[in-house]
Ligand binder design. Structure first.
Ligand code: ADP
Ligand code: ADP
Length: 234
């Protein structure tokens, strides 16, 4: 689902991320860990061609699309539908005056889901993330951070996402709520075969969900391997 070779992202003269190799297959979870500023988010965003102003080279394939060569139209086809981006504070991205249900319905129409199927698709997606259906009547400011994060994931599922790119998806949440969001992500990959690329500085979180881990430092991958092995090291 994700295949990266010799990725290099530069801002001006400065190389901020260099990733020789990164693969995420169906049903797999790979985590990128490392200190703040090590190039994790840049790597994640470059997979969708979202590193504005950067010079990006190498080979990046996501859901069969050659991201660095693809026409903008082709990129828009995968962004938001087949590949979902889950950020730290999803509430900020939701339009404040729109009820969640309206927002989801609009997104589905925009992506060509037919009228008759919409309500069923929405019901399934909300069930999958364990949110009550009545939450759809609320406005973004009326839900909690954990609910907003699960709603963002529900939206991705409704749109048929095959890949989730998650950038610190739990760092703005309470510890108990973090576990709920991680539980949802884990089920998606086990039950639906989604591929998950997770950026986090939280090693405890990563150890509960990732199969493989890349450690970044100053823009370089300094270590990569099985999560249990990489995380066990002092
Ligand atoms: P992390 O996600 O590991 O915290 P980032 O990928 O956000 O790290 O940032 C890596 C480096 O790239 C940082 O030094 C940051 O200052 C730099 N950087 C990120 N975005 C830009 C940008 N738009 N222009 C210039 N430098 C940037
Ligand atoms: P979470 O544990 O998901 O972060 P909280 O502990 O913050 O949720 O909140 C618990 C309950 O309070 C939730 O069911 C949520 O519906 C409600 N709630 C939280 N924040 C708000 C808010 N700003 N407006 C209305 N209801 C809220």
């Amino acid at each position: 689902m994700i295949e990266v070779r010799d990725l290099q992202v530069r801002y001006g003269e400065r190389t901020v991320a260099r990733v020789p190799e990164l693969d995420v297959r169906e049903g797999e979870c790979v985590a990128i860990v490392g200190e703040s500023g090590s190039g994790k988010s840049t790597t994640l965003l470059s997979l969708l061609g979202l590193t504005e102003g950067a010079h990006v080279s190498g080979h990046v394939r996501v859901c069969g699309v050659d991201v660095l060569q693809a026409a903008p139209r082709r990129l828009r086809e995968i962004r938001g539908a087949r590949v979902a981006l889950v950020m730290q504070s999803p509430q900020a991205a939701l339009s404040p005056a729109t009820r969640l249900g309206t927002l989801m319905r609009r997104a589905l129409k925009l992506h060509g889901v037919g009228g008759g199927r919409i309500e069923q698709v929405m019901r399934d997606a909300m069930e999958t993330v364990m949110l009550e259906h009545r939450i759809l009547r609320r406005y973004p400011h009326e839900i909690s951070g954990g609910q907003a994060q699960r709603f963002a994931i529900a939206l991705a599922i409704a749109l048929g996402a095959e890949v989730i790119l998650a950038d610190e998806p739990t760092s703005a949440l309470d510890v108990t709520v973090q576990a709920e969001v991680v539980g949802v992500l884990r089920r998606l990959r086990e039950e639906r075969g989604l591929a998950l690329l997770l950026v986090s500085h939280d090693l405890a979180l990563v150890s509960t969900i990732a199969d493989r881990v890349l450690v970044m430092k100053d823009g370089e991958v300094v270590e990569a391997g099985e999560a249990a092995v990489v995380l066990a090291e002092p």
